[in-house]
Design a protein around this ligand. Structure first.
Ligand code: C2E
Ligand code: MG
Ligand code: MG
Ligand code: MG
Length: 248
């Protein structure tokens, strides 16, 4: 396993606000494999628990280092439906935060709508425990699952990440643009932060800024990279979008 990450940018300041941790499988023959090819299998076989534990441990190691160097960036970890069903996972998160002495506000968890809907009672219990630790919880790939509004009301979430399938076509497809704009408004009205994923070009960035989106993530800013490269990438300031770009 390899820990990759992709920066998230605060759209108001144009500065990096944190990063999403993304797993990669370094296969001896096939090279670096992206999770679309193995996460589903890992979920079906139950191996996902080990992947999540590996990621949690690796993430904590980085956060510990960041914390010591005075870095305030947050790292977001993806949890699967399987993780959320298991009470052991919330316990493990608590234990790891304790063991590493990492401030919980530095870690965020991303969960898809489908993971929440599969077993809403178990999900609510797990989320409540994670929240009680002091970590933030975001809904991932927002708009692609069952898109029930009830969980926005029911689950203690801090933010939503609008799926890239709405972000990518928003310049050409008026329906996607309307969905994105109203999702940003809805999220804000409910007190959530709103993150756009899959931001690939400057005009999309500009429109999102006009709609008041809080954070952006995507190839415009950076491709996912091995986490060791993040500090170097950040110190170069390479390709971080300037705050003034919205007016350009
Ligand atoms: P996700 O959580 O929605 O992560 C964002 C995915 O979109 C990443 O794919 C990222 O590389 C890709 N992406 C980012 N910016 C752009 C862009 O501008 N354009 C396009 N076309 N794509 C972009 P990746 O790394 O292949 O991960 C795919 C999915 O696998 C993730 O989607 C997440 O659901 C899952 N995943 C990744 N790491 C983990 C993990 O550690 N645990 C679990 N349970 N799932 C993971
Ligand atoms: Mg994610
Ligand atoms: Mg996502
Ligand atoms: Mg996605």
């Amino acid at each position: 396993m390899r820990l990759y990450c992709q920066p998230k940018i605060d759209m108001k300041t144009g500065r990096i606000s944190g990063a999403e941790a993304l797993v990669r499988w370094a296969h001896p023959r096939l090279g670096v494999i992206t999770p679309v090819h193995f996460i589903k299998l890992a979920e079906q076989s139950g191996i996902i628990t080990r992947v999540t534990n590996w990621m949690l441990n690796a993430t904590m190691g980085y956060l510990r280092g960041w914390q010591e160097s005075g870095h305030t960036g947050k790292l977001a970890l993806n949890l699967s439906a399987h993780d959320i069903r298991s009470p052991a996972m919330a316990q493990r998160i608590e234990d790891q935060l304790d063991a590493w002495g990492v401030r919980p506000e530095l870690i965020q968890f991303e969960l898809t709508e489908s993971a929440l809907i599969e077993d809403p009672d178990a999900a609510l219990a797990a989320l409540s425990r994670i929240k009680a630790c002091g970590a933030d919880v975001f809904i991932d790939d927002y708009g692609t699952g069952y898109s029930s509004l009830s969980y926005l009301q029911r689950f203690p979430i801090d933010g939503i990440k609008i799926d890239q399938s709405f972000i990518s076509p928003m310049l050409d497809d008026p329906d996607s643009a309307v969905i994105v704009r109203s999702t940003i408004e809805l999220g804000h009205a409910l007190g959530s932060q709103v993150v756009a994923e899959g931001v690939e070009n400057v005009r999309v960035w500009q429109q999102l800024t006009e709609h008041g989106c809080d954070q952006a993530q995507g190839y415009l800013i950076s491709m996912p990279m091995p986490i060791e490269e993040l500090a170097r990438w950040q110190s170069r300031g390479e390709r971080v979008v300037e705050p003034g770009i919205a007016a350009a």
